[in-house]
Design a protein around this ligand. Structure first.
Ligand code: SAM
Ligand code: DTB
Ligand code: SF4
Length: 343
């Protein structure tokens, strides 16, 4: 792709405007960032981070799988796809009271964002009645609410917005040209279409991907370019390190060099200066030293709690000990900050 600016001879059409926006971060430019000497890349990322955030502050987001397993999709990384024998038992949608109990516990442990995930291709309208009640209940606790439910039909994003949803998580997962190697039951355009519905409904976008799925560095740059060129770019960018689960097609791949994961975080920070960049799946495997480098590279959010959706996460005490060792602080909600100021 050329990095020359586009010139318009008459009023730009919507397609031309999209093309111009897509040039904000051409893949080649993102790849150039990946190829910087490690220390130069981290220095630049840390500079951008400090211009936009308190570098000591980290957001805690807690995940809950509200509908586990039995998913009809074929995502090659996912333990919840019904077609892979991974030992995950399919369950029904959780009851509201159990979800709120988990949300209260997350809040008591210091989380400010509560993310509810469902192993669906997309929600049915009757499922949304229940999810709306969950969103309302989570909001009433003073937590930010996020859901990830798969592809949305017309009108569903508006329903979630009306229930008070803050964020919708929908990942592009990898570069467009690699997508079909990982997932065949849906396509990239359908992901972009759902992201547009979320944005148009006025919900904040949480969108990132997974690294370590056998993609090339150029394809990692391709993923970041896609996410960074969303207009506007997402408020929240989860970067997952593939958790290899026995029974899934991606189990047994050579693991990605952890320093390449750190580079991915740094490139996300530089290309999306004001986004919350979240260290997502795979932190247990990365260990403390790599996570510390990720914070230097501009990560400022983590999934917090002993479990992700179906796989493990560092336990809460270990995370608190790590943050303390690094002199980092937990981000509080505006409500909590007000209460603290009044006491
Ligand atoms: N079913 C919905 C969907 O796929 O959009 C929402 C839930 S799905 C589990 C949410 C995200 O989890 C996926 O898009 C993927 O990025 C991430 N994920 C799933 N399995 C993973 C794994 N083994 N390692 C890393 N990330 C994973
Ligand atoms: C995201 O990007 N990562 C989270 C969340 N969004 C929903 C999910 C990670 C799942 C890891 C595999 C599992 O626990 O099943
Ligand atoms: Fe289903 Fe989501 Fe897992 Fe894909 S990532 S198999 S859509 S739960």
């Amino acid at each position: 792709m050329s990095s020359q600016p586009i010139t318009f001879h008459s009023l730009p059409t919507p397609a031309e405007l999209r093309a111009a926006a897509a040039q904000l971060w051409p893949v080649d430019k993102v790849l150039e960032l990946f190829e910087l000497p490690f220390n130069d890349l981290l220095f630049r990322a840390q500079q951008v981070h400090r211009e936009n955030f308190d570098p000591q502050e980290v957001e805690l987001a807690t995940l809950l799988s509200i509908k586990t397993g039995g998913c009809p999709e074929d995502c090659g990384y996912c333990p919840q796809a019904a077609r892979y024998d991974t030992g995950v038992q399919a369950q029904k949608l959780m009851e509201l009271e159990n979800v709120l109990e988990a949300a209260r516990a997350a809040k008591a442990h210091g989380a400010t964002r509560f993310c509810m995930g469902a192993a669906w291709r997309g929600p049915k309208d009757r499922d949304l009645d229940h999810v709306e009640a969950m969103v309302r209940g989570v909001k009433d606790l003073g937590l930010e609410a996020c859901v990830t439910l798969g592809m949305l039909e017309d009108g569903q994003a508006e329903r979630l917005k009306a229930a008070g949803l803050d964020y919708y998580n929908h990942n592009l997962d990898t570069a467009p040209e690699f997508y079909n190697d990982i997932i065949t039951t849906r396509n990239y355009d359908s992901r972009l279409d759902t992201l547009e519905k979320v944005r148009n409904a006025g919900i904040k976008v949480c969108c990132g991907g997974i690294v370590g799925m056998g993609e090339s560095r150029r394809q990692r740059a391709g993923l970041i370019a896609q996410v960074a060129n969303l207009d506007p770019y997402p408020e929240s960018v989860p970067i997952n390190h593939l958790v290899q689960v026995a029974g899934t097609p991606l189990h047994g791949l050579d693991p990605l060099d952890p320093l390449e994961f750190v580079r991915t975080i740094a490139v996300a920070r530089i290309t999306m200066p004001k986004a919350r960049v979240r260290l997502s799946a795979g932190r247990r495997e990365l260990g403390e030293a790599i996570q510390a480098l990720c914070f230097t590279a501009g990560a400022n959010s983590i999934f917090y709690g002993d479990k992700l959706l179906t796989t493990g996460n560092p336990d809460a005490e270990a995370d608190m000990a790590l943050l303390e060792k690094l002199g980092m602080r937990v981000k509080h909600t505006k409500i909590d900050a007000k209460l603290a100021a009044n006491n």
